[in-house]
Design a protein around this ligand. Structure first.
Ligand code: ATP
Length: 322
């Protein structure tokens, strides 16, 4: 049975108790476990497939809290290292009137960025596994090199690579550095997820279908284009599958994209996808996979935070009407 490995940041999202105010005006926050790769691992584990986190946390109370939360979600934490050299990453978030989020990150550098390539064991990865990563931990750091080693190892083992760029510009000195890092890693992925806002930033191409097509470089076989409440489209090289979202009453959209991706990758593990059969699996089961992923994303918006708002598999199936 394949396993999901998620590499990257595990952090605390401090979410505001006041909505619709700028970050500088928020006076109280609630802690929520997060970090996009961790959210995806938690979703996969919660739905019932094996998931392991590859990261590093500080020897601090926030690190202890995050390990507890990952364990509670069913995520394997034996590849989550601890260090006294840096603190666990923190992110303060505010939700502005227009629905956009403002972030302030505390990581200079945070413990996750210190995970080194020597700490990645190629023997961890087996055929049928999936390695998922995002762009937040692709800043110049030991962690960037750790990503390269893990990606090479899972590909060598005949596993899949999944990339959700998840652009967070405040973390980069220059937006161009973020774009360059995404374009550097793009060809290593079999599956790429982009949101509508990210597509234009990454490609610089106005026409939507030309922009999507430009993402098919290197190993890329599937592109998922998520569109918030409207749902998501799945693209194979010359095919497009559309899927409508589910109508829910959102409370906090944090982690919707990660819950979507967790649902998507959970389905791929269930269907024993690998680099050779990926397109066939997606073509044959696109409705089922996209419905599950859309329902997972939609339900996560109905609660606060990311990991804490993940639905159960039963709730996802009830929304789909199974
Ligand atoms: P994130 O906020 O985690 O960065 P994202 O921008 O990567 O998310 P979105 O396109 O906002 O991704 O959302 C991912 C998926 O979650 C959508 O494709 C949809 O299935 C679901 N979703 C998001 N927002 C809503 C909503 N308001 N109502 C219903 N479903 C939603």
């Amino acid at each position: 049975m394949g396993k999901l490995f998620s590499i990257g940041e595990v952090l605390i999202d401090f979410i505001p108790l006041q909505k619709g105010v700028a970050l500088k005006d928020v006076f109280s926050f609630e802690r929520a476990p997060g970090g996009a790769p961790a959210n995806v691992a938690a979703a996969v584990a919660k739905y019932g497939q094996k998931a392991a986190m590859i990261s590093k946390l500080g020897n601090d109370a926030f690190g202890d809290f995050l390990v507890e939360q990952l364990v509670e979600a069913g995520v394997e934490v034996d590849k989550v290292y601890r260090t006294g050299e840096a603190n666990t990453a923190l992110a303060f978030v505010s939700l502005k009137e227009n629905g956009e989020r403002d972030f302030s990150f505390y990581r200079n550098p945070s413990a996750d960025l210190l995970l080194s390539e020597e700490e990645i064991e190629p023997a961890w990865f087996k055929a049928g596994d999936i390695l998922h990563f995002c762009s937040v931990d692709l800043v110049e750091s030991p962690m960037k090199q750790a990503h390269k080693k893990a990606i090479a190892a899972v590909s060598e083992a005949d596993g899949l690579v999944s990339f959700d760029p998840n652009v967070r510009l405040p973390l980069w000195e220059d937006p161009e550095d973020c774009r360059k890092a995404i374009l550097e890693f793009l060809p290593t992925a079999d599956i790429v997820k982009v949101s509508d806002e990210e597509l234009n930033f990454i490609t610089g191409i106005k026409d939507e279908s030309d922009a999507i097509q430009s993402l098919f470089v290197g190993n890329v076989k599937a592109v998922i284009y998520t569109k918030g409440a409207a749902g998501a489209d799945l693209f194979l090289k010359d095919e497009k599958f559309e899927s409508r979202g589910y109508s829910v009453k959102p409370v906090d959209t944090t982690g919707a994209g990660d819950a979507f991706m967790g649902g998507f990758l959970y389905q791929l593990l269930e269907m024993k996808a690998n680099p050779a059969n990926l397109e066939e699996v997606l073509r044959g089961n696109q409705t089922e996979i996209l419905q599950f992923a859309n329902a997972s994303g939609a339900l996560t918006t109905t609660g606060k935070g990311a990991i804490s708002a993940l639905p159960t598999k039963r709730e996802v199936e009830e929304l789909i009407g199974k």
